[in-house]
Design a protein around this ligand. Structure first.
Ligand code: HEM
Length: 486
């Protein structure tokens, strides 16, 4: 009995202390439209499964407007579907840090560009930005073409077969692109160096910890089935990256002058930063890992989604095929100049990234008090969840047919009418995706190679798919694609 009383008293004191510390946020919650305002319980009671998150959030936006307050467990959260609020948050120096919901990512990757806070992030971003300049990326075009050719070859064995879930082909291809541009090596499928299965274990563990936050407590996660596979996967990734770092350090030491043929692979650039005492070797390891994690699942998801939309809308696929054939009728490698001459390719890709964005939510935390565009006061510690998905489906910005696939949404005339913040698959503002241009080149080159050779069809309908917001976007039932030769 005494034990129960002691436990109850400790819990009461802890809860009171917690609520007192969050008092400014609780007060803010009452000044805004809110749903599920009871701390610790909050909005979770309205969501019974992952497949309901989008639907329930949608209903809240319809009912409460484009910004509302809720609690997700112990986290007070402001959900946003308004472009002006999104712009205020994403351009504020006080909102550089990601919200605490990304803590499992920090546990997985360590402190890298994706997870760093404020001043440290500024320094790393400044050092890494030049690795993603247009000039650097143009140096990757032969890698993009090579992995796209391999993807196209691997598609051959699916020609004429029944429609199926082909996502594994894209995961392999985009992993090869990511590792070759980051580490200078394609880590062959099935070999000891193949990192795809290892990264897939990491992603599954990450998802488990995000959805079931108690598994973020190291002791509890030890009892989960993924604990041992995750430990092994992290070790293999670390050892592989470390051996590549050593290889590249030695290579750099043995080289006498700059090699004009040298590829601007990320690990080499990061080692140069380490030699200039701007990075530690740990930074080289963590940032190389971060780039691969940031790159491969997002691009694999984006290309599958683009092909699904084109497979449903074969008239758009045929129009794209005609554009590709007009610009490059011969069997040649895709260049930057070719891509510049294919506006419909951009429109079709953008439209699929609008409706099915690979990253659906963008979290931010206020590191100090600040004001939104309309002077709303936001106290330090407030956490935002900007819904890229809901902004990009909002009828307010995209018209009555916002849920339908129509590449004309991206005609120059229509783009000029909208806020740039209505379309942000790579986010916007101070901390947007560093790989946005890299991703576009890799995706466009792969699409050109595939659409030139194959025709994709599907019986699935965009309006019926149930979307699940895992780390990258997922489907409840993955749309299957059928492949035929052109
Ligand atoms: C279709 C593909 C991609 C999508 C949809 C995507 C989307 C995003 C989004 C929404 C963010 C969050 C930005 C924010 O917090 O405001 C982000 C960050 C990031 N992305 Fe991407 N990304 C893609 C491809 C890539 C690629 C190819 C790379 C690397 C080669 C990459 C590396 C990163 C990194 C390192 C960050 C963290 C940037 C920072 O915090 O400074 N991403 N990405």
């Amino acid at each position: 009995m005494i034990l129960v009383l002691v436990a109850f008293s400790v819990a009461t004191v802890a809860t009171t202390f917690f609520l007192w510390r969050k008092r400014h946020l609780i007060k803010l919650g009452f000044t805004m439209p809110h749903k599920g305002w009871i701390p610790f319980v909050g909005g979770v009671v309205y969501i019974k499964g992952m497949d309901e998150i989008i639907e329930v959030t949608n209903k809240c936006f319809e009912e409460l407007g484009d910004m509302f307050f809720t609690w997700i467990g112990p986290v007070p959260l402001i959900l946003v579907r308004d472009v002006e609020v999104a712009e205020s948050v994403l351009t504020s120096q006080k909102c550089i840090s990601k919200a605490g919901v990304l803590d499992p990512l920090t546990n997985l990757l360590g402190e890298g560009l994706l997870t760093m806070r404020d001043s440290l992030w500024h320094t790393h971003r400044k050092y890494i930005n030049p690795c993603f300049s247009l000039n650097m990326l143009l140096g990757f075009f032969d890698i993009y073409n090579k992995t796209a050719n391999e993807l196209s070859d691997s598609m051959e064995s699916h020609v004429g077969k029944e429609a199926s879930d082909l996502r594994f082909l894209f995961a392999r291809s985009m992993m090869n692109t990511a590792t070759e541009t980051t580490m200078g090596k394609t880590l062959e499928a099935g070999s000891k160096l193949d990192l795809l299965p290892q990264y897939q274990v990491c992603m599954r563990a990450l998802m488990t910890q995000m959805v079931r936050p108690w598994y973020q407590i190291g002791f509890l996660f030890k009892f989960h089935d993924l604990y041992k596979p995750l430990k092994t996967a992290k070790l293999i990734i670390k050892n592989t990256i470390n051996s590549l770092i050593e290889e590249n350090i030695n290579e750099n030491d043995n080289n006498n002058g700059p090699d004009p043929e040298e590829k601007p692979i990320f690990i080499k650039q990061a080692i140069k930063l380490a030699k200039a005492n701007k990075f530690t070797l740990d930074d080289v390891d963590i940032e190389s890992n971060t780039i691969v994690v940031g790159a491969f699942e997002t691009t694999a998801t984006a290309i599958y989604n683009a092909l699904f939309c084109l497979a449903e809308h074969t008239e758009c696929q045929d129009k794209l095929y005609e554009e590709i054939m007009a610009v490059m009728p011969d069997d040649v490698e895709v260049t930057y100049e070719h891509l510049k001459d294919m506006p419909y390719l951009s429109m079709a890709l953008n439209e699929s990234m609008r409706l099915l964005p690979a990253v659906m939510f963008n979290p931010r935390e206020a590191s100090g008090d600040f004001h939104l565009h309309d002077s709303t006061y936001i106290p330090k510690g407030a956490q935002f969840m900007i819904s890229i998905y809901h902004i990009q489906r909002s009828k307010k910005y995209w018209g009555p047919k916002a849920d339908e696939y129509d590449p004309e949404q991206f005609s120059a005339e229509n783009v000029a009418k909208r806020s740039p913040y209505a379309f942000m698959p790579f986010s916007k503002g101070l901390r947007n995706c560093i790989g946005w241009r890299y991703a576009q080149f890799a995706l466009k080159i792969a699409l050109v190679k595939l659409i030139k050779k194959y025709k994709f069809t599907t019986e699935h309908k965009l309006k019926n798919v149930v979307i699940i917001p895992t780390i990258t976007m997922n489907f409840k039932d993955v749309p299957k694609l059928k492949v035929t030769l052109r």
